[in-house]
Write a protein that binds this ligand. Structure first.
Ligand code: HEM
Ligand code: HEM
Length: 188
């Protein structure tokens, strides 16, 4: 295959899960930064709860996504792509999967260590993963932030690469992950 187009596209399930999780992460990330800056108030505590519920929901969605992904191979990348770019793309995807688990897990661990149990949507109490330990809680807060900024950096590179494929290489790598845009590979 030499026309820069790959074979096939992501299925509707893969596309839906990709964008649902991405949307959730953008929301939880912005809310996390916003709420962190607020002075202590009932409003701040309410936003912390919403953030934790959203984070746990994302964790569950990512679990579903990974289970689904392990049973469904993604479409092959365009054959014209150099080997090193394929390796970087695959490595980035693996790291993103890892961080999509590590970020919410670090939040859950932090809340446990700080002694604030997570009650999902105010209904389902989740077990505390650690005993109360203020120092460990503060450390895990740093870890949560560090993992978040690592994920944000990777997402920027990942989205930049997708735009490069679309605008410079003019292949179908972006369109096959988009629900509405015409699939370049479908033309002709
Ligand atoms: C993908 C999911 C998540 C994302 C993207 C995310 C993102 C963030 C961000 C960007 C911050 C602000 C960091 C800072 O400035 O210190 C934050 C803070 C926080 N996150 Fe998350 N988070 C996620 C999941 C969770 C989960 C599952 C929990 C707990 C169950 C959680 C608990 C917290 C808490 C308690 C803070 C406030 C820390 C503080 O200011 O004391 N997060 N999160
Ligand atoms: C929080 C945000 C995001 C995360 C965590 C994320 C994560 C991922 C992961 C893990 C994959 C691999 C899918 C698989 O093979 O199972 C993927 C694929 C893809 N993502 Fe994202 N993504 C995010 C945002 C974006 C954005 C903003 C864009 C576009 C501007 C984008 C474009 C793509 C494309 C085009 C693919 C398919 C790449 C290929 O065909 O190999 N993603 N994404």
């Amino acid at each position: 295959m030499t026309n820069g187009l790959s074979q096939g596209r992501y299925t509707a399930t893969a596309v839906t899960l990709h964008w649902l999780v991405a949307l959730g992460i953008f929301g939880a990330f912005s809310l996390g930064l916003y709420m962190h800056e607020l002075p202590l108030s009932p409003q701040k505590l309410k936003l912390y709860s919403w953030h934790k519920w959203a984070g746990v929901s994302i964790f569950l969605l990512v679990t579903l996504r990974l289970m689904w992904r392990l049973r469904h191979r993604p479409p092959a990348l365009p054959a014209a792509m150099p080997r090193w770019q394929v390796r970087i793309a695959e490595g980035t995807h693996h790291l993103l999967y890892l961080l999509m688990f590590a970020v919410p897990l670090s939040g859950w661990l932090m809340s446990s260590a700080k002694g604030f149990q997570t009650v999902w949507f105010g209904v389902l109490p989740l077990p505390d993963l650690l005993g109360k330990d203020k120092e460990l809680g503060d450390l895990l807060q740093q870890v949560h932030m560090l993992l978040n900024f690592s994920m944000a950096g990777l997402v920027v590179a990942h989205a930049g690469a997708a735009m490069k494929h679309h605008l410079i290489d003019r292949d179908d790598v972006l369109t096959r992950m988009l629900p509405f845009l015409a699939h370049r590979g479908a033309k002709k």
